[in-house]
Design a binder for this molecule. Structure first.
Ligand code: GDP
Ligand code: MG
Length: 445
């Protein structure tokens, strides 16, 4: 039975009673790798691993856990804490309790998602908080940018303040503020122009806007896909402007979440929302625990592969190694790996390696959830054509929609699965053929 298998695995793996320098050194290196793979900026990784090490040493290893599991637990708790703790409500709240209209100033680079997010916030505030919202665009450099804000504002069914031609940025903002006061708007969202990179003129302009408007919230909008580069941008904006919060966009894509950790660590500001889609309903409150899991995803897979190596037979491993070396690790191979994991421990051992769920390893309900997850992953791969399985890069938006529909999942889940496949492929490439085979031999011997 599952429980028996669990017990056996736990017995063979059970280590010392406490985390020590000796039994965590190697694992801490993996944590470091996982953070880097998740796109956390290097200085942040250094600071974090030092902190994690400090917290980990001396921590108790519960009877049912291995030192590795205990460490992953520490890491996850620590990451969650750094990103604002378990209490999502605390971070998500916009502080708008000022004399109306409360002003929200949107700051960030071009393409970060400021205009889209302005629309999302307008909709959110109107629907969830019954606010009367006015938006205004101070992006005088690109007429299309103003038209874009007008469009999303209409979609949000809130009011849009049109600028006059020839008006300066400050004149536009002032005119919008007067209008909002006269028409009893609760909130004025001020969209600004971004540049492609940090640029003095842009910083001065937004600093002047900030000084003139005294906003209740000054939100730094940043693209999660920027990964490591998010840090420099965040630092530059944070030194120029008294920012009050962060919105991390494009988390529906393949972003690994490292930006969240980096930006939060560097600025110390709460992440108030995350963007999870181009549409106006693609706005979610930020969950530090979920993000920690996403960031640690890389580490999970590392452990999974390690475990798979204990069971997979040598020949299969060599074949796989060969494929990987040739760059031929396809989604079909990925599926075979999933099946193997399913066979080898009814998923209990797999569960065992998932930090988010390891405490629940004896919980049948959680176990079923994990089985279901793997089944859905297989379902998604089954819904692809043979060509797509060999060349997943073919999977652009419309194909993704078809596959997701075919498998009865959201595109987001498909993206997650593809990201996991990608991670595994990258990792297997790093292991290299020879290493994998020799590792297998040592395991078998
Ligand atoms: P701005 O230059 O900062 O105003 O950025 P925009 O709001 O114009 O957004 C740039 C691009 O990113 C647009 O194509 C948006 O549709 C897209 N975008 C913004 N937020 C998200 C998001 O959360 N997810 C996805 N997938 N796309 C987004
Ligand atoms: Mg814009």
């Amino acid at each position: 039975t599952l429980t028996q298998r669990m017990t056996r695995i736990v017995k063979t793996l059970r280590g010392e009673a406490r985390l020590t320098e000796a039994n965590t050194q190697q694992m801490l290196r993996e944590v470091r790798l996982a953070l880097l793979e998740a796109d956390v900026a290097l200085p942040v990784v250094r600071a974090l691993t030092a902190r994690i090490k400090e917290k980990a040493l001396g921590a108790e290893v519960l009877d049912s856990l291995t030192p590795g599991q205990a460490l992953v637990g520490v890491v996850q708790r620590e990451l969650t804490a750094i990103m604002g703790g378990d209490d999502a409500s605390q971070t998500a709240e916009l502080q708008l309790a000022v004399k109306a209209p409360a002003i929200i100033l949107m700051a960030g680079l071009q393409g970060a998602g400021k205009t889209t997010t302005a629309g999302k916030l307008a909709k959110f505030l109107r629907e969830q908080q019954k606010k009367k919202v006015l938006t205004v665009s101070c992006d005088i450099y690109r007429p299309a940018a103003m038209a874009q804000l007008k469009t999303v504002t209409e979609q949000a069914q809130t009011d849009y303040f049109p600028a006059q031609a020839e008006q300066s940025v400050l004149e536009i903002a002032q005119a919008a503020l007067n209008w909002a006061q006269r028409h009893y708007h609760d909130v004025l969202i001020v969209d600004t122009a971004g540049r492609l990179g940090i640029d003095t003129a842009m910083m001065q302009e937004i600093a002047a806007l900030h000084a003139a408007l005294n906003p209740a919230e000054t939100l730094f909008v940043v693209d999660a896909m920027l990964g490591q580069d998010a840090v420099n941008t965040a630092q530059a904006f944070n030194t120029t402007l008294p920012l009050t919060g962060i919105i991390l966009t494009k988390l529906d894509g393949d972003a690994r979440g490292g930006a969240a950790l980096s930006v939060r660590h560097v600025t110390g500001l709460p992440i108030k929302f995350v963007g999870v889609g181009e549409k106006l309903d693609g706005l979610e409150t930020f969950h530090p625990d979920r993000m920690a899991r996403r960031i640690l995803g890389m580490g999970d897979l590392f452990a999974l592969v390690e475990q798979a190596q204990h069971k997979v037979d040598l020949q299969a491993a060599q074949q796989l190694a060969h494929k990987v070396k040739q760059g031929n690790f396809t989604l079909d191979d990925f599926k075979a790996q999933l099946a193997q994991m399913k066979n080898m421990g009814g998923l209990s051992s797999l569960l065992d390696k998932l930090p988010a769920q390891f405490q629940a390893a004896n919980n049948p309900q959680k176990m079923n959830q994990a089985e279901g997850q793997v089944r859905r992953m297989e379902g998604m791969i089954n819904a692809m054509t043979p060509l797509e399985r060999r060349k997943p890069e073919l999977l652009k938006a419309s194909r993704k929609r078809r596959v997701a529909t075919g498998a009865g999942v959201q595109v987001q889940e498909l993206n997650r699965m593809l990201a996991q496949y990608d991670q595994m492929r990258t990792m297997m490439k790093k292991l290299k053929g020879g290493n994998l085979a020799s590792m297998m031999r040592s395991v078998k011997g």
